[in-house]
Design a protein around this ligand. Structure first.
Ligand SMILES: [Zn+2]
Length: 483
């Protein structure tokens, strides 16, 4: 069997990234468009062929390696031309609001407009987010573009006096760090950010600008440098990430710590002018929200959320005989408006911190599963992308002779696309149902997930005739409105 290097070398030869044995290649050529690992391997090949590279070329490769945490992707170079020209063909919407522009120079305002104006509002302000259209509108920079759009539209850039160019550099760097894996890539991160935005908006939850920023930042970085394998796999294969984080939520710990290591670098730190206390608050919320996305913590978070709201309900019953019982709130259809009022009453009292934190953790978990409220096409796209990612891990498990192939990860057997009904029933529906009890205006997500749960196990088998009658009304629903 050929070694990994031999296999990689044959790929490089095919792509003409290495001189073939017959090429009369005298010089090593630097390439800005190739990844650090590609340049390194070409340099090693050059030496292996008995040639001596120039010192400048060696330094170039060395610096390229040192400047990135992702040796598999080509570097991004930031210069004014890039910022000025990246979106020059974007359409212009002359009626765009100018309310947040006052503190910027004309150049910076134009810079933001170029990015934000390329995004039609109705692509963002909808429950049925269409990631394909969004990628087209943003020229395949969906995550950085949506982040700039939301930071600007929600007034965070002005409120925190953020330099938009530094913010954009940070966002490009984060976007660049999402690897080319089937599911946990920039498209998924973009869907989660958009989902978080919708949940915050429709929950009508009362949050200040610092929490608002922390929620967006959590969604943006929440799968940063995801390798496309599960925590269990990382632990069983004694991966560097698992060792570093002592087998405790290795992926989630890595996403946060790697992103904060980038943020603290001078050229990317768009929040460096904030007070230490404010920065600590942002960081603490981001850590709590991203760690909440580990499905190992699913039932723990759900039960904390339920018991926190149960506790407040106990107090309410003492003061009002007409209040619903504790189980009415979270397990029956109950009076949603009344639950919301109770929540608002207590949220203003002393328990604000835990209620808010558990609510935001629940929203982050829901946003991470946002494909369960998208339309059928985008939903199945996501399901098959995740299945593909799991199958690839199954292939690795076979190659490495691990103890067993993870159930549903073996491409020779049934994958997760055949088990969606069970997954929705066990995980997604209880999650959506409980949060909708407290925040009834986001009811759309629960209705749509029930609709998807009742679909046949694959889109090919679906002929649109097996909808749950209770939610038949959902078809043709205007998903931009709260229900
Ligand atoms: Zn995720």
């Amino acid at each position: 069997m050929p070694s990994a290097w031999e296999r990689f070398k044959s790929i490089l030869l095919k792509k003409k990234m290495l001189p073939s044995d017959t090429d009369d290649c005298k010089e090593f050529t630097r390439s800005d468009t190739q990844s650090p690992i590609e340049n390194t391997l070409r340099l090693l090949q050059y030496i292996e062929d008995g040639r001596m590279p120039l010192r400048d070329d060696v330094l170039f490769v060395k610096n390229q390696l040192l400047e990135t945490s992702n040796i598999h992707s080509p570097p991004i170079y930031y210069d004014h031309d890039t910022f000025g020209n990246a979106f020059k063909t974007a359409p212009v919407y002359p009626d765009f609001s100018v309310k947040y522009r006052k503190s910027f120079s004309r150049e910076k305002t134009a810079f933001i407009d170029n990015i934000v104006n390329a995004i039609p509002d109705d692509l963002v302000e909808t429950w049925q987010f269409d990631i394909r259209s969004f990628c087209r509108a943003t020229k395949n920079r969906p995550l950085s573009s949506l982040s700039m759009y939301l930071f600007y539209r929600e007034g965070l850039i002005t409120f925190f006096d953020i330099d938009p160019e530094v913010l954009y550099k940070f966002l490009l760097r984060i976007e660049h760090g999402y690897l080319d894996v089937p599911f946990h890539n920039i498209k998924h991160a973009t869907c989660v950010l958009q989902g978080m935005h919708m949940l915050l908006k429709y929950s009508e939850i009362s949050i200040d600008a610092t929490i608002h920023l922390a929620c967006y930042l959590s969604a943006i970085i929440h799968d940063f440098e995801h390798k496309g394998v599960t925590n269990t796999f990382l632990i069983e294969t004694e991966d560097e990430i698992a060792i570093t984080h002592n087998d405790i939520s290795p992926l989630e710990h890595h996403h946060v710590s790697a992103a904060f290591k980038i943020l603290r670098r001078k050229e990317f730190h768009f929040l460096k002018h904030l007070s230490k206390a404010k920065m600590e608050r942002i960081r603490s919320i981001v850590v709590d929200l991203v760690l909440a996305t580990d499905m190992n913590n699913h039932f723990d978070i759900l039960s904390k959320f339920r018991s926190t709201f149960e506790f407040s309900q106990g107090n309410v019953s003492c003061s009002s005989s007409t209040s619903p019982t504790h189980s009415d709130i979270l397990t029956s259809s109950g009076d949603d408006e009344q639950v919301h009022e109770i929540f608002n009453f207590y949220v203003r009292k002393k328990e604000i911190d835990n209620k808010l934190l558990y609510s935001l953790q629940m929203m982050m978990k829901c946003a991470d599963l946002s494909h369960f409220w998208h339309d059928e096409k985008n939903y199945w796209d996501s399901v098959y992308q995740l299945e593909d990612e799991f199958f690839r891990q199954g292939d690795l498990e076979k190659m490495l002779n691990t103890k067993r192939i993870t159930p549903y990860f073996d491409r020779d057997k049934e994958g997760i696309s055949t088990k969606q009904y069970e997954f929705i029933k066990t995980f997604v529906r209880p999650l959506f149902k409980n949060i909708c009890k407290v925040y009834p205006k986001m009811k759309y997500i629960e209705k749509q997930c029930i609709h998807l749960q009742d679909l046949p196990t694959s889109p090919a088998a679906h002929h649109g005739s097996e909808h749950n009658d209770e939610f038949e009304e959902n078809n043709g629903l205007d998903c931009t409105k709260a229900h």
